[in-house]
Design a binder for this molecule. Structure first.
Ligand SMILES: [Zn+2]
Length: 270
């Protein structure tokens, strides 16, 4: 049996392991950062939605106040004209117009009251939220109960956390970038060698790694596959000791003698 092929794939696993161990120094920071950023975006959208409602209310309020002002002006001028009315018919016509404007004012005032009522209700909900926060009853707080200032504070706190984590990640990336670049170079070199010499093994390797499995090639440890701890049949030990490999029946990993990893490791130094 040709054992060179398995040596090539062990070397590939060895390089991938080294990259993996350096990447693990990032301690899940990239994932934590993106989760925090999602939280920030969510809270920011809530703030934005409230701001839009407040702006809409303000615009409508201005418009309605404008309407009321105009109507009052008209009424004032109609009343002036009434004092100059030459007959009842003219006077009554002006009365009708005044009546119409008064209805307009009443309608605008109802709408203004509706806005105030809505705003008051929103503030009441926030007050309730504040009380629940004070009592640590967070699970009873609905989205709209969250007080404006608490939302704002949340965004600031989350942004601060993201900044710290990004700084931490960046320093790790800077510290390890040279080694990672070097290892990635070696990895691609090794992959092209394996592609030429042991394409089928490489396909198997890539196929297994495409799942969540990182360690496809593992050592025989205490007569078992060190990937899943399933015992390797005794009649396969000799082959493994001789430098061959065994495909674990339980997890599908490629089990080799640890000596092969030592060889791959010493190749780093050469
Ligand atoms: Zn296994």
């Amino acid at each position: 049996m040709d054992h060179t092929k398995i040596n090539l794939i062990v070397r590939l696993q060895h390089i991938d392991n080294r990259i993996e161990s350096i990447m693990s120094l990032q301690k899940g920071l990239p994932e934590e950062i993106s989760a925090l950023e999602e939280d920030i975006a969510f809270t920011a959208r809530q703030i934005e939605a409230r701001k839009k409602i407040a702006d809409d209310h303000q615009k409508l309020r201005e418009k309605l106040n404008g309407t009321i002002f105009d109507c009052k002006e008209k009424i004032r001028s109609f009343k002036e004209k009434q004092t100059l009315a030459r007959n009842n018919k003219e006077y009554d016509a002006l009365s009708k117009q005044i009546e119409y404007e008064e209805k307009e004012i009443a309608q605008a005032e109802i709408q203004l009251q509706d806005i105030s009522h809505t705003e008051h209700h929103a503030l009441e909900l926030q007050k309730k939220g504040r009380d629940l926060i004070a009592e640590n009853r967070y699970d009873e707080i609905s989205e709209e109960m969250m007080p404006d200032d608490v939302l704002q504070q949340q965004v600031e706190d989350l942004s601060e956390q993201v900044k710290l984590k990004k700084d931490e990640l960046e320093s790790i990336v800077i510290e390890t970038s040279e080694e990672i670049t070097q290892l990635r170079g070696r990895l691609s070199g090794q992959r092209s060698v394996v592609t030429q010499e042991a394409k089928r093994l490489l396909d198997k390797y890539d196929h297994l790694r495409s799942g969540s499995m990182q360690n496809v090639v593992v050592k025989l440890h205490r007569q078992a596959c060190s990937g899943c701890n399933t015992r390797v049949p005794t009649n396969r030990h000799t082959l493994i000791v001789q430098g061959g490999f065994y495909v674990c029946e339980s997890c599908g990993r490629i089990v080799v003698h640890e000596r092969l990893f030592d060889e791959a490791s010493s190749a780093d130094l050469s």
